[in-house]
Write a protein that binds this ligand. Structure first.
Ligand code: F6R
Length: 609
């Protein structure tokens, strides 16, 4: 949510920053801005030059003048929190003398109080943002160095931030700081980068340093140093980003969503690779930090996540109950942290997150750890805040997910849960034969995913058939219910068609009243012990003249159309049944001319409450 990029070196900075912003646009896209340090005239520091624009990065690019030369700068793409999207509210923000420029991700909680105090002292505010208070605090700081000025300002601030600061009087450096919002330094040859996300860096360097909360850094063209907000030096060890720059490109697809849906066979292959142990019909998950004795002592499992990750967690909980026979459930992290949860020492908590940054999940993890709980992470982004905060866990290895709506990461997260459930099951009571059955099923997944994706033309045709619906119902039972929930979320996010998900068993308790020809139903109908029950639900819908699209293992007579998917083991079927519905949502949105990768009002990585 919001993207920051900065550069100091010898190259022309504006094109570099604009390219970085394009790569970060998925994190926020309602306005953007850039500020650079102009060339210093004899004896005078170079003034700051700034351009801002409401709208997408391309709008900003069009406003940047031809002569906009400089070799140091910072830039931002915004997702509005304080103040509507506008030129004024776009970052960067400058002080009255145009000396200090700040870009900021996160939220300053005591901004109104600070604004009132600064206004009473004569400061004139030009925007409605919380960020602007930081600019004025830095400008008014009495300290001699930029580092000290920023530190002095941050002492007044409560809330979360990832910031980058330029100062016309200290034009040989960029000062950055982090508290709850990611800041990554990119280490180049006689040039340094900073960004809120490695996506903006990998085209130039794969050597990165991720700042911790409470850490700051000074970047100069030739070197960098890191230290705490209290001033003591910290040791920064650069690591190498796992992914090549090409992994962040569209790779010949028209949208990232399509690319990411299409990548799922390879992505699942990756999460399985090197983890299966045929000798004991189990799997190894290196980073769990949970030995067999501890795993046996777990009495309950509580899974926490938001949105799509929460849905993946719901399937994960079912897999754990089925394969390991440990009571498990999933809950939205955003609700959990506000209900003063009873934290039980025998419960294992699992935080699920694609980005590893979602504030509600991170805050839940921190609250749990404060209460002494053991928390594992199931995370995609390596080294992200949640991964680092957790006591252990597993990466889902889906690769970079750029489209705002999550697809391949959902699938890989569920597969990671299947591995974890199998691991726990084989430590407890799951038989060798059942372990082998699940492993064989897992190995079949990549090929079966390719089979589903090969059916895209048919799914596209069906999407066109249902694209006139004003509203859609999604139903499933037990294993099929979280699949229905995720599919309904996907449809509403990208097509803006209203969609509801219900357990099929609940239809007659109310939602059946909605059924009529204009309200089609998507039914998840696996060939398992609930097949007849699901058929009965379809019958109820047909009796009310409802149209039905079934996702099933065989053609369903009661349905108007069926998308047939390959059968796997009952426990693993949910992994496959959602995939055609990702394509269904995609083609519906495409037919409606939606901005698929950047749906209205949404942004990737919700790093605010
Ligand atoms: C839906 C979607 C969101 C995220 C949610 C959690 O397509 O992408 O619902 O799943 O915001 O994000 P992460 O997984 O990054 O914690």
């Amino acid at each position: 949510m919001c993207g920051i990029v900065g550069y100091i070196g010898r190259r022309d900075v504006a094109p570099l920053l604009l390219e970085g912003l394009q790569r970060l646009e998925y994190r926020g896209y309602d306005s953007a801005g850039i500020v650079i340090t102009g060339k210093a005239a004899a004896g005078k520091p170079g003034a700051l030059k700034m351009v801002k624009a409401k709208g997408r990065v391309r709008e900003l690019e069009a406003k940047v003048p031809k002569r906009f030369a400089g070799t140091t700068g910072i830039a931002h793409t915004r997702w509005a929190t304080h103040g509507a999207p506008s030129d004024e509210n776009a970052h960067p923000h400058l002080d009255a003398e145009n000396k200090v420029a700040v870009v900021h991700n996160g939220i300053i909680d005591n901004a109104s109080e600070l604004r009132a105090r600064l206004t009473a002292d004569g400061t004139v505010f030009l925007s409605e943002t919380d960020t602007e208070v930081l600019v004025h605090l830095i400008a008014r700081a009495q300290a001699d160095t930029l580092e000290e000025k920023v530190r002095e300002a941050l002492r007044h601030v409560e809330g979360t931030y990832g910031i980058a600061v330029l100062h016309a009087d200290f034009n040989d450096r960029i000062v950055v700081a982090r508290n709850g919002s990611p800041v990554v330094l990119g280490i180049g040859e006689k040039e340094m980068f900073v960004a809120s996300d490695v996506a903006a860096l990998v085209a130039h360097t794969r050597q990165v340093v991720t700042l911790d909360d409470g850490e700051m850094a000074t970047l100069k063209a030739d070197d960098f140093r890191t230290y705490t907000t209290e001033g003591s030096t910290t040791t920064a060890t650069p690591t190498t980003v796992e992914w090549e720059a090409e992994s962040y490109d569209m790779g010949g697809h028209d949208t990232y969503m399509h690319k990411e849906i299409s990548e799922q066979a390879d992505a699942v292959d990756r999460v399985l690779r090197g983890r299966i142990d045929d000798r004991f019909s189990t799997v190894h998950l290196g980073g769990l930090n949970l030995d067999a004795r501890e795993a046996r002592g777990v009495r309950r499992i509580k899974i926490l996540g938001c949105g799509t990750s929460y849905h993946a967690g719901q399937i994960g909980a079912q897999l754990i109950e089925e394969l390991a026979r440990i009571p498990a459930d999933a809950e939205p992290a955003s609700e959990f942290r506000y209900r003063n949860p009873v934290v039980d020492p025998d419960t294992l908590y699992i935080a699920v997150s694609q980005s590893g940054e979602t504030y509600d999940v991170l805050a839940a993890v921190q609250e749990l750890k404060r209460k002494g709980a053991r928390v594992l992470g199931v995370v995609n982004v390596v080294g992200s805040a949640i991964a680092r905060e957790a006591d252990g866990g597993t990466y889902v290895h889906a690769g970079p997910e750029v489209c705002v709506v999550s697809t391949k990461c959902f699938t890989n997260t569920v597969v990671a849960f299947a591995l974890f459930a199998l691991h726990l099951g084989r430590i407890r009571d799951l038989s060798v034969a059942d372990g082998k059955r699940i492993i064989d099923g897992l190995r079949r997944l990549p090929e079966q995913i390719s089979e589903i994706l090969a059916n895209e033309d048919e799914i596209k045709r069906l999407a066109a058939e249902y694209a006139d619906a004003k509203s859609m119902m999604f139903i499933g039972r037990v294993r099929g219910y979280p699949v229905a929930r995720e599919a309904s979320l996907k449809l509403k996010e990208v097509s803006y068609i209203h969609a509801e998900a219900y357990p099929a068993s609940e239809l007659k308790h109310g939602p059946l009243a909605l059924i009529e020809p204009a309200m089609p139903t998507v039914a998840i109908v696996p060939d398992d012990d609930l097949l007849e029950k699901n058929r009965a639900a379809m019958e109820e819908i047909k009796a009310r003249s409802g149209r039905i699209l079934a996702v099933a293992h065989q053609v369903q007579e009661k349905a108007d159309h069926t998308i047939v998917v390959p059968k796997n083991e009952n426990e693993l079927d949910p992994i496959l049944m959602g995939i055609p519905l990702q394509l269904f949502a995609y083609h519906t949105a495409l037919a409606m001319g939606r901005d698929i990768d950047k749906p209205r009002n949404l942004a990737k990585s919700v790093t605010v409450e």
